[in-house]
Write a protein that binds this ligand. Sequence first.
Ligand code: UDP
Length: 166
Amino acid sequence: GHRAAGSKSDVRERTLIAVKPDGVQRRLVGQIIQRFEQRGFKLVGLKMLQVSDDLLSQHYCELRTKPFYPRLQEYMTSGPLLSCVEYLIVWEGHKVVQASRTMVGHTNPLEAQAGTIRGDFSFHISRNVVHASDSLEGAQREIQLWFQKKELLNWDCFDQTLTCEV
Ligand code: UDP
């Protein structure tokens, strides 16, 4: 089939999706993974962890000084009184960064369209279920922050000529 020059690198595009503690507690992880699988993206990294204040502030380095940051930190991280668990997931495929932002929906769930993850599963900005990298550079930075190279798998999926390699 026809393949545009340079598209080989596009199909290797990767993004980071996190299921935040509310999504994990509400048992939404399976449904969220399913949406990316059925869209045709390839799962290349997956882990479950408890996020520390330090790693969270590196992840959200641009938001550290915002007035809502303390509340965001309380929601996302594990302290002595609360053990928050999140899932970190790396998806690969053509234009996956842009596609994921569309699938996740507006930051404020009240503005998110029905059919998006936030629009279907949440109603408040401080409990919006998922994170998705917002740019190629952001995705690279976040994936490096949360994953070691050996934790990301290059594997061949049988249907990739029908899905990712367009
Ligand atoms: N957030 C919040 N209040 C705000 C803005 C953001 O609680 O006024 C939280 C919300 O959980 C959001 C996260 O901070 O998902 C990161 O904000 P960002 O602007 O990066 O939005 P996102 O990329 O997650 O849509």
